[in-house]
Design a protein around this ligand. Structure first.
Ligand SMILES: C[S@@+](CC[C@H](N)C(=O)[O-])C[C@H]1O[C@@H](n2cnc3c(N)ncnc32)[C@H](O)[C@@H]1O
Length: 250
């Protein structure tokens, strides 16, 4: 099948992922399907997509899937062949709740599923360098031993820290190309964690191609599938524009 768009790192296909997927291969899946938990016209879970992506992956691969808790509970049986690994919470700066009689919803959940044994699954734990050595005040003075100790000391907990499972990233509100566009800041750590450098990330419901952008920026490649031509076009323009901007900056 001819890609709708192609460059050195991204292949984008127009079509229903369940038709396009046979014969493809990738190192991980990063999916952001319609959650199917509202009555909005476009919000329909593509039945069978999880089974369809399975054939594109090796036995010990990762599948990350965005969704709401309602969606993940409703769709648990779709992931019957997969083992739960962990979850990431994306905390947004604004809410997307539709209900005035519930807590204001300001987060999405990305679940990590894997097959095979956890030890064989590719993982590259991510670290931040933002922790700083800090001065910590003792709460109580130690018993007097002849040495009068300083009332504070420098903590040893500066330096790299594991990235936390709750990520605060601004949503694309006000600048989105796609109504449910994911910011690159939430996709980047997932890709770096689960896809080896130079490897291929597969996104079967790609929307405006955010996964492709994040994959390219982290030195990975991407295979993207999107069912709507207007979103494929928006994604293709985004990829081209980003390349032009990058070239101009070099
Ligand atoms: C939640 S959006 C993805 C947004 C994307 N992560 C982004 O950042 O732009 C889901 C997308 O899946 C597409 N879609 C729905 N069913 C599909 C199917 N069976 N095959 C391919 N794409 C599909 C929709 O058109 C929509 O653009």
């Amino acid at each position: 099948m001819k890609p709708y768009y192609q460059d050195e790192s991204i292949e984008l296909y127009l079509g229903d992922c369940r038709d396009v997927l046979p014969g493809m291969s990738a190192d991980m899946v990063l999916a952001d399907p319609p959650y199917g938990d509202t009555s909005l016209e476009w919000d329909h879970w593509p039945e069978g997509w999880v089974q369809a992506v399975q054939g594109a992956l090796p036995d010990d691969a990762s599948l990350w899937c965005f969704g709401s808790m309602r969606m993940h509970l409703d769709r648990r049986s779709d992931f019957a062949a997969w083992t739960y690994g962990q979850e990431l919470i994306w905390e947004k700066h604004n809410g997307s709740g539709f209900h005035a009689d519930r807590f204001k919803r300001v987060h999405e959940i990305a679940l990590h599923w894997y097959r095979g044994s956890w030890g064989d699954v590719y993982k590259d734990p991510q670290y931040t360098n933002d922790a700083r050595a800090r001065t910590v005040r003792r709460k109580t003075r130690p018993t007097h031993t002849g040495n009068i100790e300083a009332s504070s000391y420098t903590s040893e907990d500066g330096g790299p820290r594991l990235v936390r499972s709750v990520l605060q990233v601004r949503s694309m509100h006000g600048k989105a190309i796609h109504p449910t566009e994911k910011p690159l800041g939430i996709l980047d750590p997932i890709i770096r964690y689960s896809c080896p450098p130079g490897g291929i990330v597969l996104d079967p419901t790609a929307g405006s191609g955010s996964t492709g952008m994040a994959a390219r920026m982290s030195g990975r490649r991407a295979i993207l599938i999107e069912g709507r031509e207007d979103y494929c076009e928006a994604a293709a323009q985004r990829f081209t524009q980003a390349e032009l901007t990058f070239d101009a900056a070099v």
